[in-house]
Design a protein around this ligand. Sequence first.
Ligand code: ATP
Ligand code: MG
Length: 501
Amino acid sequence: MPNTHVLAIDQGTTGSTAIVLDHDAAVAGRGYAEFPQHYPRPGWVEHDPRDIWRGSVEVAAAALAAAGVGAGDLAALGVTNQRETTVLWDRVTGEPVANAIVWQDRRTAPMCDALRERGLAETVKRKTGLILDAYFSGTKIAWLLENVEGLRKRAAAGEIAFGTVDSWLTFQLTGGQVHATDVTNASRTMIYDIRTGEWDDELLDELRIPREVLPSVRPSAYVYGETDPDAFLGAAVPVAGLVGDQQAALFAQGCFEPGQVKNTYGTGSFVLMNTGTQPVTDQDRLVTTVAATVAGEETQYALEGPMFVTGSAVQWLRDGLGIIANAAETEGLASSLSGNDDVYFVPALAGLGAPDWDPYARGTLLGLTRGTTRAHLARAVLESIAYSTRDVVTAMVSESGHAVPELRVDGGACANGFLMQFQADVLGVPVDVPENVETTSLGSAYLAGLATGFWSDRRDLTDRRRTARRYEPGMSEADRDARYARWREAVSRSLRWAAQD
Ligand SMILES: Nc1ncnc2c1ncn2[C@@H]1O[C@H](COP(=O)(O)OP(=O)(O)OP(=O)(O)O)[C@@H](O)[C@H]1O
Ligand SMILES: [Mg+2]
């Protein structure tokens, strides 16, 4: 019997999702589970890699059960993942040597300062396309090698493997047979040259990372190996797509032409613009990254503006402040006001990413009066997501020379009508929400299916994208600019707050 379905595992920051697609690329089954977050110190964020692995298998099993198919019916498996998060493990036992350091973790900011003082920012930008920042994997690997007892020696002896989460899962899925990553994930490590497609010796030396720990780098759509039936639900399934979550979303949104842009509103938000086969590098506001690549095709690049805290600021209203019961409540609260009454929030809860890049910025709430209510806070948080997106899109337009005629959007917070309308208003362009906003999973499933010949034409897949809702801008230009100027003033007040520690 031919293999009838494709499975995607989307291993995110706060949870793992699995979807099963049939040959028409329709979702046949789905599984989801949250997993624990660890915050051992202010600014530190960790995951237990074993939770990530176990959770991924559980959601895969749940999705298959919901679809009524067995693992043996799968033509391919794709993995998409929270990027930059760094895992080191023992090659022989497969056991992690420490918790994973999550992309949001700021512990290596001082290390980045020291590298900057040594004049390395320009080299990092030129070779990797990235900003020298604690966000990326490089300094996280260096931190673990420096701080886990005995690790440097074991790494030099070839006993230790490094990987981002795609790589960790592939190692586990294949029963330790494959230690590899894809180009999109490699491009987030700060030790990978995005033009030559090689790990970079100069940066490895500067960070004292031995080559022995590194995975091999492959295209995103590529047959990496087969699952080990003992490790994965009793079946040998081709692991045929690895891709960072944001590049997966860019792919699934069908952004294949230079100038096409998407924004994913999840834990953080990530605007990516396809820039074609030439990397566009800017000075210091955005990062240049590799787009999802199919084996045998020329590498495509993207410009990216990562915003670290967006949906997670909504979660903070719920869990930190306890002023809402669920994320969706923010929509009604924000809409209950006719304006923001000059209350602004800067979501620098993990420093600021693009375009300001300040690991020492902290969350800031401005303009409070005796009349301020939780509705103002909810509104200010949602508005901050839209303003941050305008910051990034503005930088992108000026760096790339491409106009942005519309914004394709996806991710959990797309469900928020107030946010989407406000986004269209402050950008001055339409915002387009597709029917299926789980684009990260879709992207990795598409890539895995393309790599194995289960599907043959990517356009055929992405042409299935249907608009569910479209928001047209309604605000006057003068109004838009006046509010935006106020936002930039608020951002300036959040900068460098924690720099004295
Ligand atoms: N109606 C809503 N209004 C505002 N924010 C929302 C709404 N629904 C969900 N969110 C936010 O969206 C985020 C979840 O979206 P999504 O599931 O796409 O996240 P994610 O980034 O993919 O998660 P992960 O990082 O685990 O992959 C949460 O941070 C949540 O606060
Ligand atoms: Mg996600």
